[in-house]
Design a protein around this ligand. Structure first.
Ligand code: FPP
Ligand code: MG
Length: 290
């Protein structure tokens, strides 16, 4: 990734790039596990991570996030304009490099970036009211998160001449499970571990799966109370009430079970492929605290 940015020949871009926190590199790991470490696979892994990093730079501007992965976000430290332009530099560089890969791979990744953007738009617009529709939630997380992981798995399988349909399905379900777990961690993990305030999603107006499950189970008075707290800064008592209702309704556990079921679907897609490393990715992704 650094080599790609260095090749631009602009010291400011490189300086800013060095300040972007590295993250888990899930997409790169997945590509290298599926396609092994061929030169093309390494190229694809770095391109997908550049695009992913770009999308998070833009996402932090959209979400007005102060931190990313536990450190000050680029938008918070250098302002929105710098964060947006650095995102544009990373993702246009990724797209340039993509043109050197087979057209099936380039098309798959480019198409996923359109889905990513449509998903982000949907996420933003859904935040204007309390969404109770689970299909809409799953459509949004498929586009926003799973589509790029699906394209990464498809493309890696294509480069390795493996069954692209099976790996794409693995990637899609892995991506959906990943986002559901991310949404659970917003509720269960401490703000120190997450690097962002806990229950942040609800404050931002995001009605994630645990909230959808909880809402289903609440009586009418509690439903009204939950709606009244939507997209607001919560007091200690209000946060405690929400956490109490999560316990009473078992919605967090139900969401984790659903993520596990998606994980099993992912594994089922590649069961005949003899890929123990990909099983490990699913397990690590579900049992994690950030
Ligand atoms: C994080 O979601 C956001 C994404 C996974 C996708 C963001 C996509 C875009 C901004 C459009 C694509 C743009 C480019 C430049 C490629 P989140 O806010 O739920 O997660 P978080 O808690 O990690 O911020
Ligand atoms: Mg965000």
């Amino acid at each position: 990734m650094k080599k790609h940015i260095e090749s631009i020949g602009d010291s400011r871009s490189l300086e800013l790039y060095e300040k972007v926190p590295k993250g888990k590199r899930l997409r790169a790991k997945l590509i290298l596990k599926i396609a092994n470490q061929s030169e093309e696979a390494i190229e694809l892994a770095s391109i997908v991570e550049l695009i992913h990093a770009a999308s998070l730079l833009h996402d932090d501007v959209i979400d007005e996030a102060d931190t990313r992965r536990g450190v000050t976000s680029i938008n918070h430290e250098f302002g929105n304009m710098t964060a947006i332009m650095l995102g544009d530099i990373l993702y246009s560089k990724g797209f340039t490099k993509l043109t050197y890969l087979p057209s099936e791979v380039a098309r798959s990744v480019a198409d996923a970036v359109t889905k990513l953007s449509v998903g982000e738009l949907l996420d933003v617009e859904l935040a204007s009211s309390f969404n109770t529709n689970q299909d809409i939630y799953f459509d949004m997380i498929y586009k926003k998160t799973a589509s790029l992981i699906e394209a990464a798995a498809f493309s890696a399988a294509y480069l390795a001449k493996k069954d692209t349909d099976k790996y794409a399905l693995y990637g899609k379900n892995l991506g959906l499970a990943f986002q559901v777990i991310d949404d659970v961690l917003d509720i269960t993990s401490s703000s120190e571990i997450l690097g962002k305030p806990a229950l942040n999603d609800f404050r931002e107006g995001k009605t994630t799966l645990p909230y959808l499950y909880m809402y289903e189970k609440l009586n009418n008075d509690d439903k009204t109370k939950l709606l009244s707290l939507f997209a607001k800064d919560l007091s200690f008592e209000e946060s405690s009430w929400i956490k109490e209702k999560f316990e009473e309704t078992g919605s967090v556990e139900r969401s984790i079970e659903y993520a596990k079921a998606l994980g099993y679907e992912a594994l089922k897609a590649i069961e005949k492929e003899n890929a123990p490393e990909l099983e490990k990715i699913i397990k690590e992704m579900i049992v994690r605290d950030f």
